[in-house]
Design a binder for this molecule. Sequence first.
Ligand SMILES: N[C@@H](CCC(=O)N[C@@H](CSS)C(=O)NCC(=O)O)C(=O)O
Ligand SMILES: [Fe+2]
Length: 262
Amino acid sequence: MICGSVPVKAASTVVKGGQLLFRQLFEHKSCTYTYLLADPGSNEAVIIDPVIEMVERDSRLVEQLKLNLKYALNTHVHADHVTGTGLLKKTFPQCRSVLSELSGGKADIYVKHGDKVSVGGLNLEVRATPGHTNGCLTYVLHQYMMAFTGDALLVRGCGRTDFQQGNPRTLYNSVHQQIFSLPNEYLLYPAHDYTGQTVTSVEKERTHNKRLTKTVEQFEQIMANLGLPYPAQIDRALPLNLVCGLQELLSVKDQTEQQSKT
Ligand SMILES: N[C@@H](CCC(=O)N[C@@H](CSS)C(=O)NCC(=O)O)C(=O)O
Ligand SMILES: [Fe+2]
């Protein structure tokens, strides 16, 4: 794993139709991708999986592009970094945080499978893809044949299933039923990459994903033997991510517990 030293650049893509403003942004410490999407007709925008340390960068970009940031989405309650959602809401008071109703975390808006998040003319379909956590969501932008898979599906990999509410069989079914069922040419954007890759497609993952092309029983074996260390920031990140990343919203009990760990 070469996390932290990969010179991944922010990508900008003009996709079919030419009407989407799209930025893929990277945070090196946790190897997290944040996505900014906007409808140029209305300038309304949505940010997916922002990281607290990068809120200044992301806010500047939103301002420079003259966007109206309507929603800050988290694909799930992350374990490896603190979300930037709460801090972004302070800079952009009109912005509403969005999480799955099954996530257990605080948010302004709770969504479930089949819901739609719209900004201007862009419509993101909410698909429940549990297995890495119970509240994992994949957002599908059918208009541009793109999907944002969070940690359910990574490029040639997938989210681990050994903490939070991880369950390999559930994850396998989520990916096969909700992501691999999309048309082959849909591009898939993960929440993380540890090898310097930025994007994949339904076809490439259905063909080349070393974990998810196996049977469910083989997948369970693989996931039971990943042998990954816990994410470096997990103890700090989990309680904060249940409250939009804001220390001030933690209960006194939670804060005391956090301080005793540091
Ligand atoms: N070393 C990183 C954490 C790496 C890690 O555990 N990543 C998660 C996604 S973040 S919850 C994962 O599911 N990885 C699957 C894999 O196969 O790598 C850190 O310390 O932050
Ligand atoms: Fe995760």
